[in-house]
Design a binder for this molecule. Structure first.
Ligand code: AHM
Ligand code: MG
Length: 336
C-alpha cells in the first residue's frame, strides 16, 4: 500500500477496484466524480461567512452572477457533476419534490443516485458543520430507457455504495462500497482527499448519546426511561455524555468514530420523526452497519424498510450495537 501521503481517494478507489476483477470500473468513476463535486461544494461552504462581502444570497454578486443559497448551489453542483457520465438512469435530491431525469442528450446508465445535497443547512449561518449524503443503487426497472420512481424507492439493503461529506473543521469524505468504511480528509493545499481513516469500525458500546432533548415532553415513555437510565448510569466508571450538533451527518460521523448512539425518534407531534428514509437514514445506516454498528427505527432494521415516497420520514436509532439494542429493549418494554 502507498504511504499515506500518496493514498488519495482516486488511488484508493482504483486499488479497491483491482481487488474485484469482475468490476467494470463504473462505480469507481461515479465515486471519483462525487469526490470532485464534494470539493466544489467544500470550496463554496468555506466562503459562506464571506457572503455579505461577496454579495447577499438571492441577489447578484459583483460579477452580476446570482449568489445562490448554499443548499441550492450544492444541489445544482451535484446534478451538473453527475448527470452526463452515462452511469445513471435517474437521480433524486432532498431539494426537489420529484425524481430528476437524465437530460435527453446524455447516455443513460444502470445506476441510481439519491442525495441530500446539504444536510443541516440551518446550521450554516453559525459556522456549524454541515454535510452532503449520497446513496447509489442499481436500477430495478427493465430496459435501458429513463429510470423510474420505483428505481428510487428501493429498500436500503440494495445500496451498492453510500457516503457522506462533512464540511467541518476540515472536510472529510466517508464512503462504503460494501467492503469496509473508509474516510478521506481534504488537504486544502494539495486539493486532494487523502486516506485518513482506513477500514473504520464503530465501537460495540459508547459513552455518548445524541438526541434533541428539547422534544422530551413529546417522547414516548420507553425513550424517556432510556434517557433517564443513561443519566443515572455509568459506563466504564464514567457518566454518559450528551452531544448534539443538530447536523445528522456530523452527529453520525462522531458516533461512527467514538461509538454511542444517535437518535431522531418519532414523537407525539411527529410520529415518524424528522429525518428522511431515502436521503438520510438509508445511506447513514448502510455505513454504520458496514462498520459493525446497528440502525433501526426502534422495531425494524432501517435497511429493510420499503420506502413508499421519496420524502418519507422515519424514526432512527443508529450507532454502536449494544447501545441500539438497549434503546430497543426500553421501547419494547414500554409497549408491553
Ligand atoms: P435539514 O435537512 O432541513 O437540514 O434537516 C435535517 C437536520 C439533520 O441534519 C439533523 O439531525 C436534524 O435536522 C436536526 O433537527 P432538530 O433541529 O429538530 O433537532
Ligand atoms: Mg437533510
Amino acid at each position: 500500500m502507498a504511504t499515506k501521503r500518496f493514498m488519495t481517494l482516486p488511488r484508493h478507489i482504483l486499488e479497491g477496484e483491482r481487488l474485484h476483477p469482475e468490476a467494470t470500473g463504473e462505480l469507481s468513476s461515479i465515486l471519483l466524480q462525487l469526490g470532485l463535486a464534494a470539493k466544489l461544494i467544500s470550496l463554496e461552504v468555506n466562503k459562506a461567512g464571506l457572503v455579505d462581502i461577496l454579495g447577499f444570497t438571492g441577489s447578484s454578486n459583483q460579477s452580476g452572477d446570482e449568489v445562490k443559497k448554499l443548499d441550492i448551489y450544492a444541489h445544482e453542483t451535484l446534478i451538473k457533476a453527475m448527470d452526463h457520465g452515462g452511469h445513471f438512469c435517474v437521480m433524486a435530491s432532498e431539494e426537489e419534490g420529484d425524481i430528476i431525469h437524465i437530460p435527453a442528450n446524455h447516455k443513460i446508465g444502470k445506476y441510481v443516485l439519491l442525495f441530500d445535497p446539504l444536510d443541516g443547512s440551518s446550521n450554516i449561518d453559525a459556522n456549524v458543520s454541515i454535510g452532503t449524503i449520497f446513496s447509489i443503487y442499481k436500477r430495478v426497472s427493465e430496459g435501458t430507457g429513463p429510470g423510474t420512481l420505483d428505481d428510487c424507492l428501493q429498500s436500503g439493503y440494495n445500496q451498492v455504495a453510500a457516503g457522506y461529506v462533512v464540511y467541518g473543521s476540515s472536510t472529510i469524505l466517508v464512503y462504503t462500497a460494501g467492503h469496509g468504511v473508509h474516510g478521506f480528509t481534504l488537504d486544502p493545499a494539495f486539493g486532494e482527499f487523502l486516506l485518513s481513516h482506513d477500514d473504520i469500525k464503530i465501537p460495540k458500546h459508547g459513552r455518548i448519546y445524541s438526541i434533541n432533548e428539547g422534544n422530551y415532553f413529546s417522547w414516548d415513555k420507553g425513550l424517556k426511561d432510556y434517557i433517564k437510565y443513561l443519566q443515572a448510569t455509568q459506563f466504564e466508571g464514567k457518566p454518559y455524555q450528551a452531544r448534539y450538533i443538530g447536523s445528522m451527518v456530523a452527529d453520525v460521523h462522531r458516533t461512527l468514530l467514538y461509538g454511542g448512539i444517535f437518535m431522531y425518534p418519532g414523537d407525539k407531534r411527529n410520529a415518524k420523526g424528522k429525518l428522511r428514509l431515502v436521503y438520510e437514514c438509508n445511506p447513514m445506516s448502510f455505513i454504520i452497519e458496514e462498520a459493525g454498528g446497528r440502525a433501526t427505527d426502534g422495531m425494524q432494521r432501517i435497511l429493510e424498510k420499503k420506502p413508499e415516497g421519496l420524502h418519507e420520514r422515519t424514526p432512527i436509532y443508529v450507532g454502536s450495537v449494544e447501545d441500539v439494542l438497549l434503546v430497543e429493549k426500553f421501547l419494547r418494554e414500554a409497549e408491553e
